[in-house]
Design a protein around this ligand. Structure first.
Ligand code: DC
Length: 234
């Protein structure tokens, strides 16, 4: 095992910058636990949808508060193949939380302050042992402001839209480049303008612009960072 200390690595950034792909790779390489904070927001959204607490008419906030307080059992499980999956009780909901319907409701749900504190509490509980890499929008600013290593990911709009477009084509979900670009900009706007914990780069975060980088180059980049910061060859 590579001797990187039991630190917390926070990875934040804009949509479709490849945060989770990068974080998973780093987790595998250094033997860290990978946690996807966006999955928790998606899990809350899915359960809220199933309970009829969110719909085209908006969010039933008092109902959602009551349901969260009564207990949404959302937790991660690791089947042993290196992946991390979100469960609601005994139910594996990893696939359901990635549908377009959940994606369309997750932004308003994640802007609700009491939802954010509920999720933050769980993210802390999952990370008590350290040696965690977590990706999201406010990990280095709000969830773990004292994280030992913070990374902020960016890429050009064109590169991000192309990646998202390719992903949708692969999933067999047709969309035009214009639609993808519009959706990306809307999400950027909502994520960075909401009142509670908006997306922004922590002052002490290292910026990774991967517009012209492949995954191997991203790994080499973080190895250099870890070596410089902790004096360790990773
Ligand atoms: O990373 P993702 O696309 O799966 O995240 C889903 C949504 O959750 C995204 O629209 C923003 C929100 N989110 C957030 O507000 N804070 C986080 N730490 C992670 C995700």
């Amino acid at each position: 095992m590579i001797a990187v200390p039991d630190i917390i690595i926070a990875v934040d950034g804009w949509s479709s910058t490849g945060k989770s792909t990068f974080a998973k790779l780093v987790a595998k390489h250094f033997g860290f636990l990978y946690l996807d904070s966006g999955a928790m927001y998606r899990g809350v959204t899915l359960l809220a949808m199933e309970k009829g607490l969110i719909g085209p008419e908006g969010i039933d906030e008092p109902g959602l508060k009551k349901a969260l307080d009564a207990g949404f059992d959302l937790h991660f499980e690791r089947p042993g193949d290196g992946s991390t999956r979100l469960y609601s009780g005994e139910r594996d909901i990893e696939k359901e939380i990635r549908t377009m319907e959940v994606s369309s409701y997750v932004s308003p749900i994640s802007a609700v302050a009491f939802v954010r504190s509920w999720v933050d509490e769980r993210l802390h509980a999952f990370s008590v042992k350290g040696r965690v890499i977590m990706d999201g929008r406010d990990i280095g600013t709000t969830v773990f402001p004292a994280a030992e290593l913070k990374i902020f990911m960016t890429a050009s709009d064109e590169v991000r839209a192309q990646r998202r477009f390719d992903e949708l084509v692969q999933k067999g979900t047709p969309a035009t480049m214009e639609e993808v670009m519009k959706n990306l900009k809307e999400r950027d706007y909502i994520d960075s303008h909401r009142e509670t914990s908006p997306l922004r780069r922590a002052e002490d975060a290292f910026e990774l612009d991967n517009s012209d980088m492949n995954l191997h180059e991203e790994l080499v980049w973080i190895q250099g960072l870890i070596q410089g910061k902790f004096g360790i060859l990773g």
